[in-house]
Design a protein around this ligand. Structure first.
Ligand code: FAD
Length: 500
């Protein structure tokens, strides 16, 4: 290509002379014919010192031979080559050259010269390496952390995570971050959305993750924000920022397990104490009930005698004294029946109450070889109630079921516990594969002192009556399904708005 008519050849020379790039022109064997001032500055050689020498003068000899072979193969095809070479300056120091060689082809199509242009990119390379070293360092520190870490972009896509986070993929499904953030939102409500909208940090929140058929998992989560400058060319003059959400999560299952075991133990102790008091109430109420019968007969006899001797002065002082003293003794006995312990009413999730009951009853269930089919409703409205009273109620029903199945020596021992949300109440059904309750006893079993087992076996028949009492105090209903052929099916309905 020739110079445009209005552009003198001299301009080309001056442009090359004054260019900031190190420019050299060689013959077809890479012997230097010309080097510009920038070349002198970059290499430390005067043009006079390099002219006549091969470009290999600059080679530091650590550049792999294959690079040169590729370079030359490309030039042989009369194609430009670009790449990085390690060069040595005149003073022996090394630098990284970003070199472009372009073949100059003559009118006959032969390569007559080469044009070499290079610049020192040592600093750029150093910065690039430093960034990638820092990145590798950060990644290895993040990876080694015993906390699950993940970085989410504005579309909630995971752009960085660590080994601990990857382990959660197995435990919480394909998107642990979304599961944990959903858990946080459930736990914090509107506060979470506000914090997210204003990019405020959230620190140290406990999140419980429920998965069907598996024990719940517990994490301590924290959210912080990271702001990144847009690195695209578009944002060079108009800086833009991207925001990333940094989520950390640490499993606290072990601590929770210990807390849970402690809680269950103290609940068991509380129930045991309540049962002891109930037992006392039961025994004393039984005694009062037993004594009331003969005393009523005695009172009737005294009345009859008194009517017969109307007008006469009463002679049977002994009988009347005995009756009065007996009544006083009975009143004392009645007064000594301990009160039902008062308990604070709180919103309760019956799934949690029943889960506790199942945990407490595990030894009894295992001992009796009972299989538990636990079907909690995934979402259950809370009911107002006394946690201990309700736990005692369901423990009683479960104990009845186990005992009934032991009684029958049923081959298939299954307890099926189900919760269901209804319009204005929560329904709990407990089915067992025991002998069941005959239809004629369906209502009688709830009467005090009614027992199908016989008092000689230590049963006073107060269990279901007291359970009924607890349900009634909660404004609920309890009944026995008459059409359940496999065993016994007890249904408890507890209102979502009532107070015990
Ligand atoms: P060499 O023996 O020279 O070459 C190594 C291999 O390259 C050989 O095995 C051969 O396959 C191939 N080769 C070498 N010369 C030729 C040739 N004339 N024709 C075909 N194949 C050949 N090198 C640098 O290290 N730094 C530079 O800045 C640099 N700038 C250059 C600028 C231009 C314009 C050109 C044309 C070349 C440049 N070179 C540069 C390449 C240089 O000429 C050498 O090829 C290189 O330095 C390797 O030299 P060497 O003595 O180690 O090995």
């Amino acid at each position: 290509m020739s110079a445009p008519p209005d552009l003198p050849h001299q301009v080309f020379r001056q442009a090359v002379e004054q260019a900031a790039l190190a420019i050299s022109i060689t013959d077809a064997q890479a012997n230097i014919l010309y080097a510009n001032p920038a070349f002198e500055r970059v290499t430390g050689y005067d043009a006079a010192q390099v002219v006549g020498h091969n470009e290999s003068l600059l080679s530091y000899k650590v550049t792999p031979k294959l690079v040169y072979e590729t370079l030359w193969a490309q030039l042989k095809r009369q194609r430009a080559w670009n790449g990085l070479l390690v060069n040595r300056r005149r003073d022996g120091s090394r630098y990284l050259a970003d070199l472009t060689i372009t073949p100059v082809v003559d009118a006959e199509g032969h390569t007559s010269h080469f044009l070499g242009m290079h610049r020192d990119v040592t600093e750029v390379h150093r910065l690039e390496r430093q960034v990638s070293n820092h990145k590798a360092l950060i990644e290895s520190v993040v990876d080694a952390a015993q906390v699950a870490i993940c970085l989410l972009d504005e579309r909630d896509r995971v752009v960085l995570d660590n080994q601990e986070y990857k382990k959660l993929i197995g435990a919480l499904g394909s998107e642990p971050a979304s599961t944990l953030l959903t858990g946080l939102r459930e736990q914090m409500g509107a506060e979470f959305d506000q914090a997210r909208a204003r990019r405020r940090a959230i620190s140290h929140r406990e999140v419980r993750v429920e998965r069907p058929g598996q024990p719940p998992r517990w994490f301590v989560c924290a959210v912080s924000w990271f702001e990144e400058q847009d690195v695209s060319a578009d944002a060079f003059y108009e800086p833009a920022r991207h925001h990333y959400l940094l989520l950390t999560a640490q499993s606290i299952d072990e601590i929770k397990r210990q807390q849970e075991a402690l809680r269950i133990n103290s609940l068991s102790a509380l129930l045991a104490e309540q049962e002891r008091i109930q037992g006392l109430r039961e025994t004393l109420a039984g005694a009062v009930f037993q004594l009331e019968g003969p005393l009523n007969i005695l009172a009737a006899a005294v009345n009859m005698q008194a009517r017969r001797r109307e007008g006469e002065e009463s002679t049977d002082i002994v009988l009347e004294t005995a009756l009065r003293d007996s009544r006083a003794a009975l009143d004392t006995l009645r007064a000594s029946i301990p009160d039902q312990t008062a308990e604070a009413v709180q919103p309760l999730n019956l799934n949690e109450v029943l889960r506790d009951v199942l945990k407490m009853s595990t030894p009894a269930l295992l001992g009796a070889g009972v299989i538990v089919e636990w079907n909690p409703a995934p979402e259950l409205p809370r009911i107002p109630g006394g946690a201990t009273q309700l736990a005692a109620l369901f423990r009683q029903l479960l104990a009845n079921a186990i005992e009934a199945m032991n009684e029958r020596r049923a081959e298939e021992r299954i307890v099926r516990l189900t919760t269901l949300p209804r319009a204005d109440h929560v329904e709990v059904t407990l089915e067992d594969t025991g002998p069941g309750i005959p239809a004629e006893w369906r209502y009688k079993v709830f009467e005090p002192f009614f027992t199908t087992k016989g008092a000689e076996r230590g049963h006073l028949g107060m269990g279901l009556s007291m359970a009924q009492d607890t349900v009634a105090r909660h404004g609920g209903l309890m009944d026995i399904d008459p059409d359940y052929p496999q065993g016994c099916r007890v249904r408890v309905q507890l209102p979502t708005g009532a107070r015990p």
